[in-house]
Design a protein. Structure first.
Length: 155
């Protein structure tokens, strides 16, 4: 499976917010959205990744982008993870059916049964503008990768 390509319509999906509300493709409309797929709450690389992104979250927002972190962890685990890190990046759970949204975006890592490390930028029209997939879940994409993706994404 490969990551969704730029120019593709964002797939239909349903994720859950940490409050248990549905988050769907319709929620992408009218916004530039960065979906940050990560393998597992409380893992070392995921911790570093979200802390790095939190440091420059205001810079992403200045560019009109909203970040959402997506993993196959349950919402309670994600909320505890976010709170323990002291980050404000909203968490979206791809727990049930496990990995369905990650699969739809091409970000699922079958050997581990989790999301791979991947980034997908979706434009206000719900079209994928840019995407990146790590070679392994252990890859740590720096914030500059997202800034480069935002700068190169067609409008």
């Amino acid at each position: 499976m490969s990551i969704i390509e730029p120019g593709a319509q964002a797939p239909e999906f349903t994720l859950r917010t940490e409050d248990g509300e549905d988050f769907t493709r319709a929620d992408l409309a009218g916004h530039t959205t960065v979906l940050v797929f990560y393998p597992s709450a409380f893992s070392a690389v995921c911790t570093d990744q979200l802390q790095i992104y939190e440091e420059v979250l205001g810079d992403f927002e200045e560019q009109g982008a909203t970040l959402y972190a997506v993993s196959t962890d349950g919402g309670y685990s994600q909320k505890a993870f976010r709170e323990s890190l002291g980050v404000t990046i909203a968490q979206l759970s791809d727990f049930e059916p496990k990995g369905a949204a990650s699969r739809a975006f091409g970000a699922y890592f079958e050997p581990a049964g989790t999301s791979n490390r991947a980034l997908v930028i979706v434009g206000p029209d719900q079209v994928v503008r840019w995407s990146w997939l790590g070679d392994s879940p252990g890859d740590l994409p720096g914030a500059n990768l997202i800034f480069d993706g935002l700068a190169s994404a067609p409008t």
